[in-house]
Design a binder for this molecule. Structure first.
Ligand code: F3S
Length: 753
């Protein structure tokens, strides 16, 4: 077993006392979400003061999981803190960088060649710093975590937005940026917002064509793609307990499509069975022993309105199969309404591809139910009409379904089996069947369907449904086909109609468990980075600044006009491949930003030379000449993704401070961590006072006090001056980060002191 039960037991032992105190403090019973959150906070917290949707909370995580795209910078940062070993169990999963093209074996080989330097780096760093390493081809992060590391009542963070998949196993699992992962790996708490609570009561039981996927497609349609923001969605009731553990994972996985902090089901017998089937008896025994800690208290189900901010109810017995899309997961309708909708909107009816599997729907239950339909069709002599691609979620699942003949039956009807990796789910799909710009429809059992998400083609309309519906529609080949009612012609001219799917939750012979692609850490060896690499570079700790001398005569690099998101600061797309190389990726700094002093996006004046240039080039020249600079911004700078590069790049290129009307919360936190001062205007109109050729001095930084304003002196080109008051939200600890040069410098100095 890969999971050590000892820390879990310790956690459970201490949980009871904290929860008794929380019940007293709040004067009521607790939901399972509250139980997990409160028991992972500082026990001295006054829980009654926490405002849902508003307060920042600081949580101890039990575990970290990272995928290969986001792990690179997170590990490089961790290394710069010079700590010998990660503070909590951590795993690295190589799943995002494998491109789907011709099929599993060739694609895997191509990925190993193309990404060798990244894999070598991740593996060698994982070995040295005590992280578990899952090789390319071992599976998709969320499926591998589900099979090996899930444990009710615990709290995990993952550097991938579908980390909430693990909520299906009764844990709080939150998708975060790399900077949060580094906090936890270096032994600190990570910050998030105290969520609001949504309770969804499930009654009845699934049957026939309806699958757990339909629950989340229905919820997405009901609550919309923004409906989960800063909320945790909890599923409860008899219907919730009737779902298999893996079905629950599908539901919580796609809570990410609503923007939810996470989603969860409380512990139940089905979770116990799953842990035992996946050979984790010791953890299952612990959960059984501490059962009452891992479920909501009795009054919660009786009076849900008292505990949740919003309550909804879905009757599983009446739920119909759904299809959502295109381009958004909340554009839903029942399968029976699809034909009319396709006609009304003139969606291309022919389905160019049907895809099943991924991290969302790779369970044995999903695949046996799906293959039961493929077998019916095979018996009738039918083959799929659409391209049919199967992405197994893990090597364990792949070996199991190969052994049990499921893979062969899929292949017999025309399926191509892809590597156990993300592939088309994250745009790693090289299609030869259509050209960019060709309008076409596809249907998948994946989770995300934004334009361009699967194949990079904005003209691909991506629909999502359960794997059962997707497989059946691959035979129909059209959005017009309703597998529950329509018939297909067999080669000998007979009418064929599908019977409802049937499957098994668990393999009768158990899961296959040959080499699953895992490497245990050795806590030895050296980290491998080719010094000539363009994709990876060691990260040196950021230099400390003198709080007086280094904050005089600062230049204004630019002033953002209107929106300035993390994409404006650090573009994605072709730059993604430099995520592990801070100096190279910094060449995209502010490329997308609108400068109030210059009409062309991403450009400005070099006030030292008078030349017009790209902002990143100006910043680099200032840096090379030892000139510090600031950037000025309007409202909500840094909204969008949580990528830490948006704060690291300015720091690397010599930015001392940003002064804005307001900040996106995560960006502001990331600036503090990297040692860039995030100021806000005390008087928002002062935004207009800062001129392009100003020389700026920031006073009082040697005596910086928590939450106390400081003065910025603007010396204008004509020699006149303005003094403006700027505020900050740094507490005592964050001020120490600033003095140390960055949070990691500070943490490293404490650990080695
Ligand atoms: Fe993300 Fe990979 Fe799943 S891309 S959605 S983890 S298949």
């Amino acid at each position: 077993m890969l999971m050590d039960p000892a820390p879990i037991e310790k956690r459970f032992e201490s949980m009871g006392k904290v929860l008794d105190a929380a019940r007293k403090n709040l004067g009521r019973d607790l939901t399972i979400v509250e139980k997990i959150l409160y028991s992972h906070m500082d026990p001295a917290t006054d829980f009654s003061k926490l405002e849902r949707g508003k307060s920042d909370i600081f949580l101890d995580a039990d575990r970290v999981a990272m995928q290969d795209a986001t792990a690179q910078m997170a590990i490089l940062q961790f290394m710069s803190a010079k700590i010998p070993e990660v503070a909590v169990p951590t795993t690295v999963h190589c799943d995002h960088l494998i491109q789907a093209h011709t099929g599993s074996a060739e694609d895997l080989k191509a990925a190993e060649d193309t990404n060798r330097e990244v894999y070598d780096f991740l593996r060698s760093a994982a070995m040295k710093y005590g992280m578990g390493f899952w090789k390319p081809g071992s599976g998709i992060i969320h499926q591998v975590v589900y099979e090996n590391y899930t444990c009710p009542g615990t709290l995990m963070i993952g550097t991938d937005s579908h980390t909430p998949n693990a909520g299906g196993m009764g844990m709080i699992a939150i998708g975060v940026g790399g900077a949060d992962a580094v906090d936890v790996m270096t032994g600190q708490r990570f910050m998030t917002r105290m969520p609001k609570f949504v309770g969804i009561k499930l009654t009845g039981k699934l049957s026939g064509w309806t699958a757990s996927k339909d629950i989340i497609l229905k919820v997405a349609t009901m609550l919309t793609a923004k409906g989960g923001t800063n909320k945790i969605i909890e599923y409860f009731g008899e219907g919730a307990r009737s779902l298999s553990a893996t079905s629950k994972g599908t539901v919580t996985n796609m809570g990410a499509e609503l923007g939810a902090t996470t989603s969860i089901f409380a512990y139940d017998d089905n979770m116990d069975v799953y842990m035992r089937k996946t050979e984790r008896d010791a953890v299952a025994d612990l959960c059984k022993k501490y059962r009452e800690l891992l479920v909501s208290d009795p009054d919660v189900e009786k009076n849900p309105e008292k505990y949740y901010d919003e309550v909804y109810e879905i009757n599983l017995s009446e739920l119909e199969p759904h299809i959502v899309g295109p381009h958004t997961p909340d554009l839903g309708r029942t399968v029976s309404q699809m034909k009319a909708d396709a006609e009304k909107n003139d969606y291309p009816r022919d389905l160019s591809a049907a895809l099943i599997g991924s991290c969302t729907n790779s369970s044995y239950e999903d695949l046996t139910r799906s293959v039961s339909l493929a077998r019916q069709a095979k018996k009738a002599g039918l083959k799929v009409k659409s391209n049919f691609l199967v992405t197994p979620g893990s090597e364990r699942i792949f070996q199991t379904i190969t052994r049990d003949g499921i893979m062969k039956d899929f292949e017999d009807v025309g399926a191509t089996v892809l590597a156990n990796a993300c592939g088309p789910c994250i745009g790693q799909w090289k299609r030869d069947d259509i050209q960019k710009g060709d309008k076409n429809s596809i249907i998948s059992s994946y989770n995300r369907n934004f334009a361009k998400r699967n194949d990079g083609n904005a003209e691909t309309l991506s629909f999502i449904s359960s794997p059962e519906i997707v497989v059946a529609m691959a035979f129909g080949g059209s959005l017009n086909f309703n597998p529950m009612t329509d018939t297909l012609k067999t080669p000998d001219g007979k009418d064929f109609k599908f019977e409802p799917p049937q499957g098994e939750v668990y393999p009768e012979q158990g899961y296959a468990s040959k080499d699953s692609g895992y490497l245990a850490p050795t806590n030895s060896g050296e980290v491998i980075i080719d010094p000539k690499s363009e994709r990876l570079a060691f990260l040196e700790p950021f230099p400390k600044h003198d709080p007086v001398a280094d904050y005089k005569d600062l230049k204004v690099l630019f002033k953002a006009a209107g929106k300035c998101t993390t994409d404006h600061i650090s573009q994605a797309g072709p730059w993604l491949k430099f995520r592990g190389h801070l100096d190279n990726i910094s060449n995209n700094l502010f490329l997308g930003a609108e400068n109030a002093y210059y009409e062309e996006t991403g450009k400005g004046h070099n006030v030292v030379t008078g030349k017009v240039d790209e902002l990143n080039k100006i910043a680099r020249e200032y840096k090379d000449k030892g000139i510090g600079w600031i950037a000025v911004a309007d409202e909500n700078i840094g909204e969008g993704s949580s990528r830490e590069h948006a704060a690291m790049e300015p720091r690397h290129m010599g930015c001392r401070a940003i002064v804005a009307k307001s900040y996106a919360r995560i960006f502001e936190a990331n600036l503090k961590k990297q040692g860039v001062l995030p100021f806000t205007f005390d008087n928002k109109d002062d935004y207009n006072k800062i001129q392009q050729k100003d020389s700026i001095a920031i006073e009082g930084l040697d005596k910086l006090q928590p939450y106390q304003p400081v003065t910025m002196v603007l010396t204008h080109e004509d020699g006149s001056t303005d003094k403006i008051k700027v505020n900050h939200s740094m507490n005592e600890g964050e001020i120490q980060w600033f003095y140390a040069g960055s949070a990691l410098n500070y943490v490293g100095s404490q650990k080695t002191a």
